[in-house]
Design a protein around this ligand. Sequence first.
Ligand code: PBG
Length: 329
Amino acid sequence: MFPLRRNRRLRTTEAMRALVRETTISPNDFIVPLFVVEGKGVKDEIASMPGYYRLSLDNLQKEVKELWKLGLKSVLLFVKVDDKLKDNSGTEALNPNGLMQRSIKAVKDAVPGMVVMTDVALDPFSSFGHDGIVGGGKIVNDDTSAVLAEMALSHANAGADVVAPSDMMDGRIFEMRTLLEDEGHHDIGIMSYSAKYASAFYGPFRDALDSAPVDLKDVPKDKKTYQMDYANREEAVKETLMDIDEGADIVMVKPGLCYLDIVRDIKNAVNVPVAVYQVSGEYAMIKAAAERGWLDHDAVVLEQTFAIKRAGADLIASYFAKDVVKLIS
Ligand code: PBG
C-alpha cells in the first residue's frame, strides 16, 4: 500500500535498475542468419535489407571469424542459387558439392567451433519458389518430406551441426530424424520451424534469395496451405508439440515481434529450447524508419530484442545480432 510501496524506488539509477533487471541478453542468445552466393570477393547489399549482404565463400569465412570474435557462436546458412539450377524436385539441394554443402565446409574450415545450422527447404532451389514439390496445383506433402530428409542428410554429411527445416510440411521432422539415425548421424540437431506463420514480413528475405513464389497458372501464389494462419494461437502449440514428438531438439516461432503471445504460450508448454526468428521484414521496418530519422535505430533494436527474450525466447535468429552484441558490450 502507498507509501509503504513505491515502485519507483527500484528505478532510481541505472545501477539500481540493473540489479533488479529480469531479462538479460548475451552473445550466446543469438543465431546469425547468413546469405551465401557463388563467386569471389562478393559482398552484395540486399536492397530491402540495408546493411545486410549476400557473401561469397571467401567473405563468408571473413564474416564468421568476425562473429566468433564478438562471441557469436552460431550461424544459420541460406544460399542463393542460379535460376538455371532450380527445378521442381530439389535436385541441386542434394548436390554434395552444392553451394550449401561448400558453405558448411567453408565455415567449419574458418572457425571449427562455430555451430553451423542450415536451412532445409526447397524454395531457394525451386523453379516455382515453393518450399516443396508442386503437383496438381498443390504442394505435395509426403514427397517433399522425403526430399527434405535427404537434404538434411546431405547437410549432415557436409558437416552441419543442426539442420533447420523451415518448410512446414507435416511429418518432416520424423522423416528427417529417422533417416539421420539410420545413417549414423546421432548427434545432428534438428531446429524445427514449428510455428511458422504465413507472413508478409518475409518479403525482403525472398528478395535476398530471389525465392518468391512465381505467378503461374496451377502454382499456388502464396504459402498459406503449409505455413500457419496468423489468426491462430492454439494451433501453434499443437504444431510445436508434434514436432518435439517427432524428434525436434529446438523449436521455433517465426516471425518475432507480432507473435510474442505465441512465444510465451510455447515457452510455457514445452521443455526444449525455444528459438524466435526476428525476420527480414522486421529488420527492414526498423532500417527504413531509422533512415528517415523517425526512430532511434539502436534504441529500438535493443527494445525489440529484449521484448523477444522477455516473451520467452531462449535463442534469437536476428539480422541485428552484431549490432546488439556491440550495444551491450
Ligand atoms: C523459406 C524461408 C523463409 C524465411 C526463412 N526460410 C521465407 C518464406 O517462408 O517464404 C524467412 C526469413 C526472413 O524473412 O528473414 N523456407
